[in-house]
Write a protein of this length. Structure first.
Lengths: 174, 178
């Protein structure tokens, strides 16, 4: 029967009928086949048969992959999977731990430094500073006196005076 | 971490496609399970060796190649029965399983679908692979050409032949329905 039909309808038209039935023919072919169905009832019949099949083919769902396949897959790739997941988790935990320890130590160190200087110690330090300044003052005063009373008149004034009197003697005497 | 997420996404997206393709090619659900598992293990081992947008083609090419290997190794296509006909009373099974509001229509439709699936499985391998990838898995001609490593024009020719062959297989049923 099909062969008889094929004798009447050439191969090219049949290909186009199939493409139209499966909805992947260009618009021009659709119009051409539509016009042919109006003229030729056999074309219409073949188109309907293919449409029927195409409609049912489009309804075929994908087969569901059994869960057992995925479960056994997890056991086979599980080790590598875990390492992938756990490695960053470990790294993150270690980083957090190290950072928190560092921050804790730094904060505690600062606190200890602040606590080292008690009021008594500060007073003691002030007293020491005052004493050292007093010693320095004493030394400076001694130095000043030495320069004023000893160095300037004896070591500077005397030679200057002596040299001036020599010049006077030379000039007056000359 | 990113590879694991990518892998899981690919598994979720392609597991049913791999299994469906394998079942149509091998006609046996046990072998289809084995192929699916093997493909997914290979996918895990090769993660990072291909770009994610090309993953679909890679997965289906691997599935196709494994199915061909299975067929060649065991010649199961000739020896084993069609998976749908494993019990020889699939129609009765479907009759028992319907739970819809219109059981008669649903059951009738399921029988029709099973007949078509059966007819698809009887197609020659080269036509069947193109037909399943295009009509059931929803791949485009270009993608199928890449998966099966054949020219795009051959894909179109195989598709047309597969449709004609399928119609031949179903002609009695189609006439009955028409």
């Amino acid at each position: 029967m099909q062969d008889k039909k094929l004798n009447n309808i050439d191969e090219e038209i049949l290909d186009k009928i199939i493409a139209v039935a499966y909805k992947d023919a260009p618009v021009t072919d659709r119009i051409r086949i539509y016009l042919l169905t109006k003229k030729n009832p056999e074309v219409k019949k073949i188109l309907n048969e293919y449409r029927q099949t195409a409609g049912n083919v489009k309804k075929i769902p994908l087969e569901e992959c059994p869960d057992s396949v995925i479960k056994s897959l997890e056991t086979k790739t599980g080790k590598e999977n875990k390492s992938f997941i756990i490695k960053p988790a470990y790294a993150f935990a270690i980083t957090v731990l190290v950072l928190s320890t560092l921050v804790f130590v730094l904060l505690n160190q600062n606190k200890e430094k602040e606590q080292v200087y008690s009021k008594a110690e500060i007073e003691n330090a002030e007293l020491q500073v005052k004493t050292s300044l007093a010693i320095l003052n004493k030394v400076f005063k001694k130095t000043e006196n030495l320069i004023r009373e000893d160095i300037l008149p004896k070591r500077v004034g005397k030679p200057v005076h002596k040299s001036l009197s020599i010049i006077n003697e030379v000039l007056i005497g000359g | 971490m990113l590879e694991t997420i990518g892998y899981k996404a690919l598994v979720n997206r392609y597991k049913n496609r791999i299994f469906s393709y394998s079942i149509y090619m091998l006609r046996n659900s046990m072998d289809a399970e084995d192929v699916t598992q093997e493909v997914l293990i290979r996918l895990w081992n090769n993660m990072g060796k291909f770009k994610l947008p090309a993953a679909g083609s890679w997965i289906m090419r691997t599935t196709h190649n494994l199915c061909i290997d299975y067929l060649r190794r065991n010649q199961i296509a000739r020896q084993r029965s069609v998976y749908i006909d494993e019990d020889d009373n699939s129609e009765e099974k479907i009759m028992d399983n319907h739970k819809e509001n219109q059981p008669e229509i649903t059951t009738q439709q399921n029988i029709v679908l099973e007949k078509i699936k059966n007819a698809v499985q009887k197609l020659p391998e080269n036509l069947k692979s193109v037909f399943v990838l295009y009509e059931i898995e929803g791949f485009k001609y270009k993608e199928i050409s890449s998966v099966l490593d054949i020219p795009i024009n051959s894909v179109k020719v195989y598709m047309l032949r597969a449709r004609k062959k399928l119609q031949e297989e179903l002609k009695d049923y189609a006439r009955q329905e028409a």
